[in-house]
Each structure stands twice: as C-alpha cells, then as structure tokens.
Write a protein that binds this ligand. Sequence first.
Ligand SMILES: Cc1cc2nc3c(=O)[nH]c(=O)nc-3n(C[C@H](O)[C@H](O)[C@H](O)COP(=O)(O)O)c2cc1C
Length: 187
Amino acid sequence: MSRQSWKPGNMLYPVPAVLITAADKQGNANVFTVAWTGTVCSDPPMVSISVRPERYSHQMIEETGEFVINLTTRNLTYAVDYCGVKSGRDTDKFKDMNLSTLPADIVKAPLIKESPVNIECCVKQTLRLGTHDMYVAEVVAVHADETYMDEKGRFLFENADPIAYSHGSYFTLGEKLGTFGYSVKKR
Ligand SMILES: Cc1cc2nc3c(=O)[nH]c(=O)nc-3n(C[C@H](O)[C@H](O)[C@H](O)COP(=O)(O)O)c2cc1C
C-alpha cells in the first residue's frame, strides 16, 4: 500500500474537547466548546486556547483577559457538542444544558459544577495567528471534585470518564495501557 500526501491541514488528533467559561466586565457569563487547547509550560503553569474572533466568547476574553477551562466527561458530551454549535448571542447555554455554576476564586468567569476539574486562567499573551487568536494564559487556580479522590487523596481522573475529540467524533478513553515510565521499569 502506498501512502497519500494530503494538503496541509489540522490532523493532530485526538485532542481534548473542553468547556470554556468566560464573562464580560458586567459579569454576564457564557460557555463554549474548544478543542484547540493545550498545556504549554510547567512552571509557571500555562495553557493555550485558540478562539475565532467571531465567537461571542471572544469579546469577553478580550475584555477581561480571563477564562476557565472546564474538563469534560461522558456525562457532559451532549453539552460539549451543544455549546460548540450554539452561540451565547442567541441562547443561555448554561440553562439549556442544565449546567450549574460556581464562583471562581480569582477570575470573573464561573466554574461549571458538573465538570470534575476547573482551571482558572489569566491571559499573558495573545497571538493573532489567522483564523484563530491564540490566548497563552497562566493557570491561577485549579479546582478538583472530591468525588474522584481516593482515601489517600489521589485524584483518579479516569473514574470521571473523561472524553477526547478525534476527527469529528467524541470518544471515551478506553483501556489503560501503561503508566509514565513503565517501559523502563524493572520487573
Ligand atoms: C468539538 C468542538 C470543538 C470546537 N473547538 C473550537 C476551538 O478550538 N476554537 C473555536 O473558536 N471554536 C471552536 N468550536 C466552535 C465553538 O465552540 C462554537 O462556534 C460556539 O458556538 C461558540 O460559542 P459562542 O458564540 O457562544 O462563544 C468547537 C466546536 C466543537 C463542537
């Protein structure tokens, strides 16, 4: 079998699909879905999200320089899709999807209670790349749902049933194949 050469495009999959919450200066909040997100630095802890300027949430992030990354699970998949195809300009997506909110510690944007992990972020740099503006942001607070902690306080994220997004579809993670460094561990 030969290998096809494709025109340049976004083929890096799977990726997370997260719910981003943002708010304007008056405190009006919105939620939308982002797959173009990543960890970009360990210390200081930094992440990025890439957002098209036409998104309603874009103007909120521009205004406040803040957002929250809410990690997603099997139970949130329907909301992830809905919040990624409907605009907060036209409807209240929190209400439509029965998403409860909690106040964040530092930023104006709310946390989504149904999400197992909420990551509060403050924008440090904005890169106007083309179709998307990339916000490089510092993590200023993290919240984790104790439901997924064992008696030793270890956070067992796999118990929350996290999801990934790959080539247009949503998936759960499936089977655990190894842990960090297992390839060189002495038996
Ligand atoms: C799985 C998925 C991933 C998405 N990823 C992004 C993204 O990374 N950046 C972006 O700007 N829009 C992305 N979108 C589209 C926005 O979430 C969508 O346009 C949304 O309606 C914007 O909401 P808003 O107008 O309320 O801000 C994605 C949508 C889906 C369904």
